[in-house]
Design a protein around this ligand. Structure first.
Ligand SMILES: Cc1cc2nc3c(=O)[nH]c(=O)nc-3n(C[C@H](O)[C@H](O)[C@H](O)COP(=O)(O)O)c2cc1C
Length: 333
């Protein structure tokens, strides 16, 4: 298992990455992950040009970072190269440890703007964006991709994109081997990591359905040429996911205290009207830890005020609810 990765004057040790999750990996959640530790770097949520150019870099709950977070890679969601030089210049105030371009998101509002999967598909714009980021940003430059669109010839398009990344000075690839159209259906195609690695000299970090060291053990043949691992949904369910990765014994956890801590962190950074939705999104994931988690989430989801949300969550969590030994992320997206 590669647990250390040196690239472009950076060392990721361990080479475990917290995936970008829109609505979840804001600064308060990254602060909670940092309390547990165990990762090599965190990703921000995908960030739009508008956010970076307009928001206060010190106060914005999406952009700000705390020293205890460690390495933070900022992910951009771009449709074209317009204002990209200004964006990169402004982002430099946050001292990113890397800049990543989202080429994977297939949500309708993103792809119709020609960002995410839309940018991956548009070779000309993509080449322009990559070239401009490389010209203006001296640090680690990565892309996050899927397999592309499941149309005839996808293998050639995929190989051609990898070549474009190499030619454009991209340093590494975060790769989730599902097609855009799969969303989260089917399974991540682990057998394709080795194929992808055979097509490029760029380091690849494996992403998709990662549920801990056992995923690596079960798929070690397919993963022998990857440089690190990235986890998303399971880390949202279990913010201690990376800390637990390194432990032989299960961690002793106070589920009520952890939920309350994130509630407080979110209220510290977000205004109340925005905090409530962030708490509800997190609770959807956190509820997967419990046998009757759906009941917990429904109560919180239907609560109209922050105080009500807190009361409903405390009432459920104070009953010492039965914990699922292996929570599932199936159906979460
Ligand atoms: C709620 C949610 C939000 C996501 N937001 C982003 C995002 O902002 N940028 C991105 O590149 N991928 C995003 N993804 C995809 C994840 O980063 C990751 O690639 C995917 O969840 C597969 O990893 P997993 O099986 O470990 O969850 C998101 C996924 C989910 C479920």
């Amino acid at each position: 298992m590669h647990l250390k990765w040196d690239i472009r004057n950076l060392t990721f040790s361990p080479a475990l990455f917290a995936a970008p999750l829109a609505g979840i990996t804001h600064s308060p959640f990254r602060r909670l992950l940092a309390d547990f530790g165990g990762y090599g770097a965190l990703f921000t949520e995908m960030l739009s040009a508008r956010q970076i150019l307009r928001e206060d870099l010190v106060q914005s709950p999406s952009l700000k970072r705390r020293p205890q977070e460690g390495k933070v890679i900022y992910q951009l969601m771009m449709e074209d190269a317009e204002k990209l030089d200004q964006i990169v210049e402004r982002l430099a105030y946050c001292a990113p440890d890397g800049i990543d371009i989202n080429l994977a998101c297939h949500a309708p509002n993103i792809r119709t703007r020609q960002a995410g999967s839309g940018l991956y598909e548009n070779r000309e714009s993509l080449a322009e964006v990559l070239a401009l980021v490389r010209r203006t940003w001296n640090g680690l430059f990565t892309v996050k991709i899927r397999l592309g669109s499941e149309r005839p010839g996808w293998q050639n398009r995929f190989a051609e994109r990898l070549k474009l990344f190499e030619d454009s000075g991209v340093d590494a690839i975060f790769f989730h081997p599902r097609f855009f159209e799969d969303k989260f259906r089917k399974r991540a195609r682990y057998e394709l990591f080795d194929w992808a690695a055979s097509l490029t000299n760029l380091p690849i970090v494996a992403n998709g359905d990662m549920s801990g060291p056992e995923t690596i053990e079960q798929n070690h043949k397919s993963l022998k040429n990857v440089h690190g691992y990235m986890a998303g949904r399971m880390m949202a369910v279990q913010p201690w996911f990376f800390a637990a990765w390194h432990k032989k014994q299960p961690l002793v956890l106070d589920y009520a205290e952890i939920w309350q801590r994130l509630f407080d962190y979110i209220l510290e950074d977000f205004p109340p009207e925005k905090a409530i939705s962030r708490i509800k999104i997190f609770t959807k994931y956190y509820a997967r830890n419990f046998r009757f988690g759906h009941y917990f989430y429904t109560k919180v989801y239907n609560a109209p005020t922050l105080e009500d949300v807190r009361e409903k969550a405390t009432a459920f969590l104070s009953t010492q609810p039965e914990v699922m030994p292996e929570p599932s992320v199936q159906g979460l997206c």
